[in-house]
Ligand binder design. Structure first.
Ligand code: ZN
Length: 332
């Protein structure tokens, strides 16, 4: 096992349903040997692949957290062939605070990989996930939603990969998850993400976007609960074929480049021209950016730069210069 200061209070090689904590050192003024407890559940039986399912990478994204809590309670160990490792609230301090970023140090946990064993809570935990958990895994899925700021069409998300075989395996797993959309993404600052760390270790890796707006969306939760079981079926950890949702097979789409994003050029209040999921055209109005600083000036009009599905829209009204306010996906 790689050198890590994180203590594992569950037997990663045990069988049955094993619940415990990762204990990550976090010194405080009043507790020099203090630790932060990150919940972990291992459900294992017999021989088979290992699947790592994580949620709460960002604390204000709730569908994955609740779907993994459900799986932790209800997945019968005797139905498992192999091992399922669940981290339902991976970046625990952010989850407990209901925030994207850490209340400890402001870090975005999904920009902390591959981590640093002695770099503080987030880097230390990221290092543990990368160097201890990922090498055990055949398949990894990190569950995200749009968070406080964004609202997103429920999607299983993979990165665009150079390796054709890994790309095909990623797409097949994303289709098996069975969200309305399977999406291949060129992500802003993807390098230090958990998804990229898993890809670097040759693990078939998937992320998701399952709603947003800082709420738990019941429809997106149902998609997520079915989706994580579908991934386990696809990986061969559970018997049976993946279930298809009421909307049919996923629509395969892509956000191929940053030209499919619309960014706010200034601070303001965003008025979107369309609802999430609308079909939109390049050069059509995307919305208006209202500037409270200059009441007599007209709002700044922004246009889409691509034709396709309005896959992601700004949910929070207030935006800062440089924030994306719309992301367009097109069919793959
Ligand atoms: Zn996220």
């Amino acid at each position: 096992m790689a050198t890590s200061p994180v203590m594992v209070e569950v037997d990663l090689w045990g069988s049955g349903r094993l619940a415990g904590h990762l204990r990550v050192p976090q010194s405080r003024d009043d507790s020099g040997w203090g630790t932060i407890q990150v919940p972990i559940v291992v459900i294992a039986n017999g021989t088979g692949p290992t699947v790592l399912l994580t949620a709460g990478n960002h604390g204000d994204e709730y569908e994955g957290q609740v779907a993994l809590l459900d799986l932790a309670r209800t997945l019968p160990a005797e139905e498992v062939q192999g091992r399922v490792i669940l981290l339902p609230a991976m970046h625990y301090p952010a989850c407990a605070a209901g925030k994207r970023l850490s209340p400890l140090d402001g870090r975005d946990f999904n920009r902390c990989f591959p981590g640093d064993p002695f770099g503080g809570f987030a880097l230390s935990l990221a290092h543990f996930v990368d160097s201890v958990l990922l090498p055990l895994c055949d398949v990894q899925m990190d569950l995200h939603s749009g968070g406080t700021g964004m609202d997103i069409v429920p999607s299983a998300v993979g990165h665009m990969l150079d390796h054709p075989e890994m790309q095909a395996r990623t797409l097949a797993m994303a289709d098996a998850f069975g969200a309305p959309v399977t999406l291949l993404l060129k992500e802003v600052n993807a390098g230090p993400t958990l998804l990229a760390a898993a890809e670097n270790r040759g693990v078939v890796a998937l992320s998701s976007e399952l709603g947003g707006g800082g709420r738990l969306n019941p429809r997106a939760l149902a998609i997520t609960k079915r989706g994580v079981r579908n991934v386990l079926r696809h990986a061969g950890v559970l018997q049976g074929k993946p279930e298809i949702g009421e909307y049919g097979h996923p629509r395969r789409m892509t956000v191929p480049d940053l030209g499919h994003y619309v960014f706010a050029p200034a601070d303001g209040i965003w008025e979107a021209a369309h609802e999430l999921g609308a079909a939109v055209q390049a050069d059509a109005p995307a919305g208006l950016l209202h500037r409270i600083e200059d009441p007599t000036a007209p709002p700044i009009a922004l246009s889409y730069k691509a034709t396709g599905l309005l896959w992601c829209v700004r949910h929070a009204g207030r935006v800062k210069a440089g924030d994306p306010v719309a992301v367009i996906a097109r069919d793959l």
